[in-house]
Design a protein around this ligand. Structure first.
Ligand SMILES: [Zn+2]
Length: 254
């Protein structure tokens, strides 16, 4: 299994990190991708990924909820980091996107920040880790304006129609703990989507799957997501593991 979205730089993982990583490996997790969310996360993401080089892989991005008045200057500095020598380590631009859930004050700025970060991805030929909440139409509209984008719609939980539109655009769906939640319709919606467009993720420390819902999430618990996907696709858990791992390697070039 490859965890394509895990905030392992979160201070909640700082204690006993060596043991934690060993447990993830023992639990069948081959690699973990670590998104950035703002300027302050650059250093911790980098540090933890350097410490576990070849197992953890860093991404860089300004999360939509982090976009404020000063976003242009923030992006200038993040761009310097991306285009520095050390910037060659980044395997993706993310997480980036639009989020109108709690606050739409900076809607226009969020859109401008997304466009600019997409241009980095095109220039650097990197995939995107996309966060979209209560902003589907605007998000898909912006993404569809650029040809040649690659990436994953992270923490996907939308309808069949939206899933199909995303896949048609050449993007992947990041599936995590949400699919195990009671009353979640996602499993029914995914059946028509090719398994070749699904990647696994946790969004840890959030979104722990049932039966660990509410706990600090762990990458190895993606096994519960794999079980659920095996039901949906009517195949073995080994096949889900093999195909999603292959998909993540193809998408992120790792
Ligand atoms: Zn995230």
């Amino acid at each position: 299994m490859i965890d394509t979205h895990c905030h392992i730089d979160d201070p909640q993982y700082a204690d006993g990190l060596d043991a934690f990583i060993a447990e993830q490996k023992a639990g069948g997790v081959e690699k973990i991708l670590v998104p950035g969310v703002n300027e302050a996360s650059i250093e911790p993401v980098r540090e933890v990924c350097n410490r576990f080089r070849g197992y953890l892989y860093p991404a860089i991005g300004l999360h939509p909820e982090e976009v404020k008045e000063d976003y242009k200057e923030v992006l200038d500095r993040m761009e310097d980091e991306l285009y520095s020598k050390a910037g060659a380590d980044y395997i993706a631009i993310g997480e980036i996107g639009l989020d109108y859930h709690f606050d739409t004050t900076f809607k226009q700025q969020q859109q401008a920040a997304l466009r600019r970060q997409i241009s980095w991805a095109i220039d650097k030929d990197l995939p995107l880790m996309i966060h979209s909440r209560d902003a589907t139409e605007d998000c898909l509209n912006i993404l569809s304006k650029t040809s040649g984008i690659r990436g994953v719609m992270h923490c996907f939980s939308g309808s069949r129609e939206i899933a199909e539109r995303i896949v048609k655009m050449g993007l992947y769906l990041g599936i995590g703990g949400v699919i195990t939640f009671k009353n979640c319709k996602l499993a029914e919606h995914l059946g028509s989507i090719s398994l070749e467009r699904i990647v696994l993720e946790t969004d840890a420390p959030y979104m722990a799957p049932v039966p660990n819902r509410g706990k600090r999430n762990e990458s190895r618990w993606m096994s519960y997501v794999v079980q659920k996907l095996a039901d949906v696709y009517g195949c073995s858990e080994e096949e889900i593991d093999r195909q999603t791992t292959e998909n993540a390697k193809r998408l992120f070039n790792i």
